[in-house]
Design a protein around this ligand. Structure first.
Ligand code: HEM
Length: 414
């Protein structure tokens, strides 16, 4: 999935196309690049669900070009499933930003090639394969939380949520943990820069480092994902260098900030809702269900699609070239699907689309859920009851980048 800071790299917004009727144009807070101190998502979503099923948001400088936004679960699902009329190809600017021609694999691959990639890549992310990482994932969470506990406070986003998925990623790929700080720097440059140069420099660094590592695995195979990828075959041949780059980069942009942001939103919820926190402390076996409901309620990711052929979604005519913003947060709060969507009921067991759906369903879903479950289990076992620091104002990103806390100051008794 793409991150929003493609915004920094996108061409200036075009004029609103002629086929967009004025009555379908709406303001959409999550399209601007910005932050908010309101309790995302409660404050905006109900009003957006009064809009037409598919509405148009105009482009804004420094943000995305104008785009259609399907707000209903059913329409979002239709677009995700309809690979004849919609594509993710061309929505990501990263390769062109550095003058290269690879594309992200599998997210920007078209059928039937996409399913051939998934066939060989899926087993690398199966629950069985992820089980092998369990002990290491738990160890990282445990050690870091033990370090933080005596302080009685932490800024959860920078002191836990950002580092943790990077440690897991390095473990998964078979890369040295000493690279942590460097990966963090690249991730921040790609996701948080206001201009293109630092983004391009970081894309170049990530892809050249990961390509080097792939080359190394050809002569020094290890028990890690990079070795599996370089040894895998598709249509009777090995992956090309561009394919390896596209795959490694896809994991990098898809698998780090998404976990950090969702996890931070979940911890904010527990910090602000003492009853839910206490419930999970007393019933840790309910954590997986709770994470599913928190994944619904605080769905963070907006993905992109481009229309390939004229079609209709939610009664609206969509033309080739039109951009679709696919906010999983809106689908997750569709009152036609989820009764009282603003209420967070940890026993709800929702069928959300926060990991997408259809052929491009998140390949890292089991890994992400495992990371979030283990982090929550360890935090509730190690930290005493925690809350948001008194007088702290929690500010959240409010853009097509993952929506979640910028900082989350937590306190507990020592
Ligand atoms: C809470 C964390 C995560 C969330 C919310 C999330 C969300 C998503 C979503 C919504 C999609 C669908 C994109 C689309 O259809 O355009 C997706 C795809 C993808 N995700 Fe995740 N993701 C998460 C974690 C991860 C992790 C940990 C990895 C790998 C390390 C990962 C790798 C990918 C890849 C490679 C795809 C593309 C799959 C395809 O196109 O076939 N994600 N993710």
């Amino acid at each position: 999935m793409e991150n929003a800071d493609q915004a920094a790299a996108m061409p200036p917004p075009p004029l609103r196309p002629d086929h967009v009727p004025q009555e379908l144009v709406r303001p959409y807070p999550f399209a601007a690049r910005g932050t908010t101190s309101t309790a995302v998502p409660r404050d905006y979503i109900p009003e957006i669900h009064e809009f037409p099923p598919v509405f148009w948001v105009d482009g804004a400088p420094g943000s995305i070009p104008g785009a259609w936004v399907p707000r209903r679960y059913a329409d979002l699902q239709q677009v995700y499933l309809d690979t004849d009329n919609f594509t993710a190809q061309g929505a990501s600017p990263f390769a062109s930003m550095i003058g290269e021609s690879w594309f992200q694999i599998p997210s920007a691959a078209e059928p039937p090639l996409h399913s051939r990639y998934r066939l060989v890549l899926n087993p690398m992310f199966s629950p069985k394969r992820i089980n092998k990482l369990d002990d290491r994932i738990r160890q990282y969470a445990h050690d870091r939380l033990q370090e933080l506990r005596p302080h009685g406070e932490c800024e959860f986003v920078s002191e836990f949520a950002f580092e943790f998925p990077i440690r897991v990623f390095l473990e998964l790929m078979g890369l040295p943990q000493e690279r942590m700080a460097e990966f963090l720097g690249w991730e921040h440059a790609i996701l948080r820069s206001d201009s293109m140069e630092p983004v391009a420099a970081a894309v170049r660094s990530v892809t050249s480092y990961l390509t080097e590592q792939c080359e190394d695995r050809l002569s020094n195979p290890k028990d890690d994902l990079l070795t599996m990828v370089v040894e895998t075959e598709i249509e009777g041949r090995k992956l090309t260098e561009d394919e390896l780059k596209g795959f490694c980069f896809n994991l990098f942009v898809g698998g780090l900030d998404t976990v950090s942001t969702n996890m931070s939103a979940h911890f904010r919820h527990l910090a602000e809702n003492a009853d839910d926190q206490q419930f999970l402390r007393s019933n840790p076996e309910k954590i997986p269900d709770a994470i599913d409901e928190l994944m619904r309620a605080y769905a963070a990711v907006t993905t992109l699609r481009i229309c390939k052929q004229e079609t209709e979604v939610g009664g609206v005519r969509i033309l080739p070239g039109d951009l679709m913003l696919m906010p999983t947060l809106l689908a997750a709060h569709d009152p036609e699907v989820f009764p009282d969507p603003e209420i967070i009921d940890l026993a709800r067991k929702p069928r959300h689309v926060s990991f997408g759906c259809g052929p491009h369903l998140c390949i890292g879903m089991y890994l992400a859920k495992r990371e979030m479950r283990i982090a929550m289990e360890e935090a509730l076992a190690i930290l005493p009851a925690f809350s948001v620091a008194p007088d702290a104002e929690v500010v959240s990103f409010c853009s097509i980048a993952p929506i979640g806390p910028v900082e989350l100051p937590l306190v507990w008794d020592v």
